[in-house]
Design a binder for this molecule. Structure first.
Ligand SMILES: *Cc1c(COP(=O)(O)O)cnc(C)c1O
Length: 391
């Protein structure tokens, strides 16, 4: 019997320590980590600069309060805004909270323009978090069921469909914002057509809507740019970050630009832990290391290499529907549900993920070496083959 609420269907393994792209379980067995704690530990495990930053900061100051100035928070806001082309930042402790801030910002923006029931366009198969507002925004009945009444004001359209966005925006004068993932994460690693984000930008500009991009999974060099919207040279009005920003310490951010950066005033929003010296120090170190190691370029280059090798290795296997990816966000779509594949991978000492029932998702750390990438291709090919043969 466990004293924990049975929310997570955890695999029967616990890890005792990690190093780079490798984890050791409590029995001393070694695993190749191709998930990075779901795109969190981009710099891998036990990165010396991160460890040093945590230890040093813990010896100085962990937390004061946002009742006082937090110089590290100010510094992090500036670094992130300069990288993302944004104007200001609000920090929080998770991805859901970052999106919660974005949703509140959009609503307040509406109210400030005398739109008292502001609506936000969201997409099918999206994932924005598990709080009431963010699960309502998410395009997944599975995470909503049983939690009704949902938060209202979300208008759902198919992903990668500009006409649908245009139509909803035209027919509803209460729409104030569009919230989308540049590439869906939990929804199955769907990569929209080139021009999708540019098209959304244009619709938002034409109608005075806020373009809000959820870069919680795609941000921080994961897709081969600092932020996925940079593949299309699109600047959103609001961008949310979390996951890779802290390499394992809990931090999220909601960045805003232009008129969106003017919406929140003193007292509009807040959080006790948000942007404390510890998490800001770590996030600043993450940015330093990502810059020093040119990890955006590395993710692009290694991602392309991995994608090509996976395509070659998996081509012609009946049951493999698609192999796709951008940077180090990769997916192998099968023709059947494949949760059982996770245990098989675990038995072979490889950590991967299955999302949207039939999509094997790979989110290796950005520090992955060529050798580790080749090992992953070989192992995954074997795993997929034996999984498909078994059924
Ligand atoms: C993980 C994720 C979230 C939620 O982040 P949490 O930290 O789990 O609250 C939101 N949006 C996207 C795109 C995500 O991948």
């Amino acid at each position: 019997m466990s004293y924990q609420m049975p929310i997570f269907a955890s695999l029967p393994v616990a890890f005792a320590r990690g190093q780079g792209a490798w984890l050791w379980d409590t029995h001393g067995r070694k695993y190749l980590d191709a998930l990075s704690g779901i795109a969190v530990c981009g710099l891998g495990h036990a990165h010396p600069a991160i460890t040093a930053a945590i230890c040093d900061q813990a010896g100085q100051l962990l937390h004061t309060s946002n009742w006082y100035q937090v110089p590290l928070q100010e510094k992090l806001a500036e670094r992130l805004c300069k990288l993302a082309g944004m104007d200001n930042a609000f920090f929080c402790n998770s991805g859901a909270e970052a999106n919660e801030a974005a949703i509140k910002l959009a609503r307040l923006h509406g109210h400030q323009r005398d739109i008292f029931t502001p609506g936000i366009i969201v997409t099918e198969n999206s994932f924005h978090g598990r709080t009431l507002a963010t699960l309502s925004a998410s395009g997944s009945r599975k995470i909503q069921a049983g939690f009704e009444p949902l938060v209202s004001g979300f208008h759902r359209v198919p992903y990668n469909n500009l006409d649908a966005v245009r139509q909803v925006a035209e027919n509803n004068k209460d729409i104030v914002a569009v919230l989308v993932e540049p590439i869906t994460g939990e929804g199955g690693v769907s990569i929209p057509d080139n021009g999708y984000l540019k098209g959304l930008r244009k619709i938002c500009d034409d109608r005075g809507l806020l373009l809000m991009l959820d870069e919680i999974q795609t941000g921080m060099c994961r897709t081969g740019k600092w932020f996925a919207c940079q593949h299309e040279a699109v600047l959103p009005d609001v961008m949310t970050l979390a996951k890779g920003l802290g390499n394992g310490v809990p931090i999220g951010a909601c960045l805003a630009r232009g008129k969106a950066a003017q919406v929140f005033k003193v007292g509009s929003h807040g959080s006790t832990f948000s942007g404390n010296p510890l998490v800001c120090r770590v996030a600043l170190t993450v940015i330093d290391e990502l810059e020093k190691g040119k990890f955006a370029q590395r993710a692009a280059q290694l991602g392309e290499q991995l994608l090509n090798k996976l395509k070659t290795a998996l081509s012609g296997i009946a049951g493999v529907k698609d192999v796709r990816g951008r940077g180090l966000m990769l997916a192998v779509e099968l023709d059947r549900p494949c949760k059982d594949l996770l245990q098989m991978a675990l038995d072979r000492g490889v950590l991967i993920n299955v999302t949207a029932d039939n999509v094997v998702r790979l989110l290796p750390p950005l520090i992955f070496s060529d050798t580790e990438a080749d090992l992953l291709v070989n192992e995954l090919t074997g795993i997929v083959r034996s999984f498909l043969e078994k059924k």
